[in-house]
Design a protein around this ligand. Structure first.
Ligand SMILES: Cc1cc2nc3c(=O)[nH]c(=O)nc-3n(C[C@H](O)[C@H](O)[C@H](O)COP(=O)(O)OP(=O)(O)OC[C@H]3O[C@@H](n4cnc5c(N)ncnc54)[C@H](O)[C@@H]3O)c2cc1C
Length: 486
């Protein structure tokens, strides 16, 4: 398993797709997938990501998406920010990537790149476990950057017994655990949740949770490592696909942005020592994402993506309202204004964080945590409201959606006649509301809502961390001061 760095920097889509031909074991709809780049239900997501990789070579976008070092161009998400301006450059790249899918392909590779960059910049933290773990991480960063690898991650053990899991203990029946240590590495067995983009990724990071804290005696479950997805013994068990092979017209989002989620089984998998970053150190694992600041750099990518997504929903709502002239109605304007406030709140969080960028304890610049953390706590509640607004505005128009074939079959006359509105002909109206359906009603759209609710972890735990970090004392002091005045 090479981590030597002789790659050429950014890869194009063809190179990316070729890399997925590695014998990986992916299971979908009851059978093993022979080739994720041709398998119905998976292939269009892979080709979408390939097209995104190609854009890294667009000369007009080069300065936004990439930076130059050692005569090579690398993805901007790998740039270690040394100034506040670097933080803003990274934000601009995150936002650009997100606009290509309007935030509907949440796991573009820049998300994980942000984390790998931070772990490498903060590798001294890993040296507390063993000095060589810091070198392993720096080598891994160079490898991922130089070969422009696409990563997924699995941070969570399946819950077997909630009461036990709440105490930070995992069940050896289901959770991924160390079963053997050899001269070559460690052998792990068990399952992890939930690799979004897993079937389309080159590499999988198996790290501790960004949020959950393990108990100190949880030794066999406490580690961090990374492996190629094609490593023997790694099995990806996919949910149903939501790309049902419909046309772009019929399923404007699902036909493009199916990024797939998979439970990952590790069947006695050997992890070479050079790919191990933490080992049998529960307390270190608990602090890893916060003390390397990886969680902050990941939140930065997320807030930029959520901005693109919220803006898109605002655009969709406005177009829907305009279709029938509802946009003149005060109530409808008020509904859409609520979506606008959400988009503008996320924009404010992004720019407040970037505008207050500062050096961390190692001299690496990062955006201010508080606005990002506020966004990551609010968006899981705001996104379902955006979807509710689409449903409230769309109502039966979200069901009055004949398919593309109906425009050229025996009922094409009916469809051309009865689906028009004052501002749109039938084809335009059906196309728009099929898009709204894919955002708010379809299996693809429902999964987006679930994703926004949970992808960063349980909301209650994020909220409790936010509470703990908040500087409450000054505010409490003001209350006490008033009470003292009698
Ligand atoms: C669409 C989608 C995509 C996702 N993609 C990824 C991904 O790419 N990578 C990844 O790693 N994860 C991913 N996730 C998983 C996500 O991290 C988890 O869903 C989330 O952390 C909640 O965990 P859970 O679903 O296991 O729920 P739960 O079983 O309810 O909770 C998870 C853990 O939190 C503990 N817990 C719950 N409540 C409390 C409490 N009050 N106090 C203390 N502990 C508590 C539980 O005991 C358990 O250990 C994804 C989830 C979704 C829905």
């Amino acid at each position: 398993m090479s981590t030597s760095s002789t790659g050429t920097g950014i890869r194009n889509g063809r190179q990316y797709l070729a890399g997925l031909d590695d014998g990986r074991e992916v299971w979908l709809a009851g059978k093993r997938v022979a080739d994720v780049t041709t398998e119905p239900g998976l292939c269009r997501g892979a080709h979408t990501l390939a097209a995104f990789m190609d854009r890294q070579f667009d000369p007009k976008l080069a300065d936004t998406l990439t930076y130059e070092e050692h005569g090579r161009r690398y993805g901007m998400s790998f740039l270690t920010p040394r100034t506040a301006q670097d933080v803003a450059r990274r934000g601009a790249a995150f936002y650009e990537w997100a606009t290509w899918s309007n935030g509907m392909f949440g796991r573009t590779p820049d998300y994980k790149n942000a984390s790998v960059m931070a772990f490498a910049a903060g590798a001294d933290f890993l040296a507390q476990g063993r000095p060589e773990f810091a070198d392993n991480m720096r080598d891994y960063y160079a490898f991922v950057r130089d070969y422009d690898k696409v990563l997924t991650h699995t941070l969570v053990n399946p819950t077997f017994n909630h009461a036990q899991a709440k105490e930070g203990k995992y069940s050896d029946k289901v959770a991924l655990q160390i079963v053997k240590e050899t001269d070559a590495g460690i052998v792990v067995n068990g399952a992890r949740l939930l690799a979004t983009l897993g079937p389309h990724a080159d590499e999988i990071e198996v790290f501790p949770s960004t949020l959950l804290t393990a108990s100190p005696d949880n030794l066999p479950f406490a580690f961090a490592f990374a492996l190629p997805v094609g490593t023997p013994g790694i099995r990806l068990i996919c949910r149903d696909t939501y790309d049902l092979n419909q046309s772009r017209f019929d399923a404007p989002l699902a036909s493009r942005f199916e990024e797939m989620d998979a439970v990952v089984v590790f069947d006695n998998v050997l992890v070479p020592w050079e790919r191990v970053f933490m080992y049998r150190e529960p307390l270190l694992c608990n602090r890893a994402f916060s003390e390397t600041n990886a969680v902050i750099h990941m939140m930065h990518q997320v807030v930029c993506g959520k901005l693109a997504k919220a803006e898109f929903i605002v655009g969709l709502l406005c177009a829907m309202a305009r279709a029938t002239g509802k946009d003149k109605d005060m109530e409808v304007k008020a509904q859409i204004a609520e979506a606008m406030w959400i988009a503008e709140s996320v924009r404010a969080f992004r720019y407040a964080a970037e505008g207050q960028a500062h050096a961390d304890q190692r001299g690496v610049f990062m955006p201010l945590r508080r606005p990002l953390d506020t966004s990551r706590n609010l968006f899981p509640k705001m996104y379902p409201r955006l979807i509710e607004l689409v449903q409230l505005l769309g109502s039966s128009s979200l069901m009055a959606i004949p398919c593309e074939a109906d425009f050229s079959n025996g009922i094409s006359g009916d469809v051309a006649q009865y689906f028009q509105t004052i501002n749109l002909d039938s084809r335009e109206r059906v196309g728009l509301f099929r898009l709204a359906h894919d955002v708010a009603i379809s299996a693809f759209g429902s999964r987006q809502t679930l994703y926004e609710r949970f992808f960063f972890g349980p909301q209650i735990i994020m909220a409790s961390i936010y509470y703990d970090l908040y500087n409450k004392d000054e505010m409490i002091a003001r209350v006490e001061e008033l009470l003292k005045q009698g």
